[in-house]
Design a protein around this ligand. Structure first.
Ligand code: NI
Length: 136
């Protein structure tokens, strides 16, 4: 009996989508307004889900307080009110698209999730645009 436990979190961050090795024209053609050199912000909504067997002693798949603390320590503290391109080393050479941010979040959290459990990250960049990464 595998059950999924989810925790919602939130952070505000700025970014710019561009490639240093492309011209301004090509960056504008591909990334549009997201290539604004002065950056722009998003209210990111994050849903982290852990799927696994229910522990027979505790009745938990994962202690949601521990999951909440992990997200706060490793994601919110690292990303909230930051400029992802400038302040977060993970994006020094990685375009901070929703896709790449979701993968970075998954990689940061995975070491703290029990191996037998599955981890899924859903990241909303806007209320209508969101990405999902399950580690494969
Ligand atoms: Ni954007």
């Amino acid at each position: 009996m595998r059950v999924t436990v989810s925790r919602k979190a939130h952070f505000n961050a700025a970014h710019r989508l561009f490639r240093k090795d492309w011209s301004m024209e090509k960056n504008n053609a591909v990334f549009g307004k997201c290539n604004n050199p002065n950056f722009h912000g998003h209210n990111y909504e994050l849903i982290v889900s852990v799927t696994g067997e229910i522990d027979q002693e505790t009745g938990f798949v994962v202690d949601v307080k521990i999951l909440s603390d992990l997200i706060k320590e490793h994601i919110e503290n690292a990303f909230d009110h930051k400029n992802l391109n400038v302040d977060v080393s993970d994006f020094e050479n990685l375009n901070p698209t929703a896709e790449n941010i979701a993968v970075v979040i998954w990689n940061k959290l995975r070491p703290y999730i029990e191996q037998k459990n599955d981890l899924e990250v859903v990241l909303y960049e806007t209320p209508r645009n969101f990405v999902t990464y399950k580690g494969n």
